[in-house]
Design a protein around this ligand. Structure first.
Ligand code: PFF
Length: 463
């Protein structure tokens, strides 16, 4: 396994894993889901899911990866449970599906960066035309996939880790500066108040399922991304400490993204937060208008910085999404890394073409499916995201905890965590993790998975 490579340092692993976690999910998706889901009411639920349900899943994924030093499919086999490798296969499928549409949105972010640099604030009002311009948006998507593939082709220490070590600190500086700046604008406090005051009347079953999907998606869990990254981690790294740091980085950046976004929206709406649900267009349609009001100089600078931030955040995530199938192909079929990377990047880009076409360009993909109980059609990109993020990831998380607790067994998990963390055995955290993987995660995630499928796709509501 010596040729497999690995992270060169503890910080390198944490930067890369936090880089995987922090992405469009935090900066693009989180604020609009908060906006749609009742402000702080959504945030509280989301935090609960991250720390109670996701924490044991993340620990299990990293431990399985480090123990086996294999990709998500090979890992189950290496532990001696061939019949369970379907969990890894489902994970790889989720990763491929997620990357196929994620790359499209990442391309939008990159395209907006180029527009902002040229001072074209009008692009916000033209968002729906922008996404329909498939040759242009397709080109941005190609650029993004090329950048992703280039980094992944350089391997773990020389590509993934190096990029994350540069991109993550830069991203933190940019987002903090933008949040501070946003809070100095007139009416900013109305946005902050909206963010901190819960409106529980907005919590519907759909909001609960979205918060769960968002927690898994945002932490990159349930599809083996962290089994893969865990497989490159050194034996003296402390898995619990790393999990805490990755979770805090992810939740922290999402939180700061809200602190940046809502003051900006409040500033633009002159303090009126009564009708802010901008959906997926919150960032793309609304923000350029906000930047315009700051004047040419400041507006161009802040606008370009913002979309550069979004592109950087997306890049460290697309890198991890591509690494999952690459590790699988390299480990299992012994293909050279470069061949695996370029072949898979091309394949996934092609699978993403229907998502590219599904934002108004092609009526077939735009009105792809109408769920039972709904009167509106859902576009292909939203369908893939509903399927992968909100259903396959929580299901993957549920199966990973079931496998860890009852097949691989808690004692083996504890043994692996104790490597690099001698005080783990007998600690309270060990008991909590055991409780999580044995009962709380399988039960809650399993039930929420069933409820989500019934609700989302069949219109059957219980809550
Ligand atoms: N966590 C990423 C985000 O929040 O944007 C998305 C993601 C990356 C999901 C990697 C899953 C994954 F394996």
């Amino acid at each position: 396994m010596a040729t497999r490579g690995g992270f060169s340092s503890k910080f390198g692993f944490i930067a890369a894993a936090a880089g995987s976690a922090v992405g469009l999910g935090n900066i693009w998706k989180f604020p609009f889901e908060v906006g749609d889901g009742g402000g702080a009411a959504f945030v509280v639920m989301y935090l609960g899911f991250c720390f109670v349900l996701c924490f044991p899943v993340m620990v299990s994924e990293i431990a399985i990866g480090r123990r086996t030093q294999r990709n998500p499919v090979g890992a189950f086999e290496a532990l001696g449970y061939k019949n369970w490798k379907f969990i890894g296969m489902m994970g790889i499928l989720s990763g491929v599906l997620i990357l196929s549409f994620y790359n499209v949105v990442a391309g939008w972010a990159f395209g907006y960066f180029l527009e902002m640099v040229q001072g074209n604030f009008g692009i916000g009002g033209q968002f729906s035309d922008f996404v329909k311009n498939v040759s242009r948006v397709g080109l941005y998507g190609i650029c993004f996939m090329l950048a992703t593939a280039f980094i992944v082709s350089k391997g773990i220490a020389g590509g993934v880790e190096k990029a994350a070590k540069f991109l993550m600190p830069t991203l933190i500086v940019i987002i903090l500066s933008l949040a501070f700046y946003a809070m100095t604008l007139p009416n900013a406090m109305a946005g902050v108040t909206f963010y901190f005051l819960p409106d529980f009347s907005k919590i519907t079953s759909d909001v609960v399922y979205s918060a769960l999907g968002q927690a898994f998606f945002s932490l990159s869990l349930g599809m083996g991304a962290l089994i893969t990254y865990g497989s490159y981690v050194g034996k003296n790294d402390n898995i619990i400490e790393s999990t805490v740091l990755i979770t805090l980085a992810d939740v922290g950046i999402a939180f700061i993204a809200g602190l940046m976004m809502f003051p900006l929206v409040a500033y633009m709406n002159q303090g009126d937060m009564s009708n802010i649900s901008g959906g997926a267009g919150l960032i793309f349609a609304t923000l350029p208008g906000v930047f315009e009001t700051l004047g040419q100089g400041t507006g161009v600078f802040i606008g370009a910085l913002f979309f550069l931030l979004l592109s950087f955040a997306a890049l460290t995530s697309t890198v991890s999404l591509l690494e999952v199938p690459v590790a699988f192909v390299v480990d299992e079929f012994k293909l050279p890394r470069k061949v695996a990377v370029w072949g898979l990047a091309t394949f996934i880009f092609i699978i993403g073409v229907p998502s590219l076409l599904s934002n108004g360009y092609s009526p077939f993909w735009t009105e792809f499916v109408t769920y039972f109980g709904s009167d509106k059609p859902t576009d292909f990109m939203t369908f893939v995201s509903d399927l992968a993020n909100d259903t396959m990831l929580p299901l993957g998380g549920c199966l990973i905890t079931l496998f860890t607790a009852y097949i691989w067994k808690k004692e083996n998990l504890s043994d692996e965590i104790a490597v690099g963390n001698p005080k783990f055995k007998g600690s309270l955290i060990e008991k909590l993790i055991n409780l999580g993987i044995s009962y709380i995660c399988p039960l809650v995630l399993g039930s929420l998975f069933i409820l989500t499928v019934l609700d989302r796709f069949f219109g059957i509501k219980f809550i």
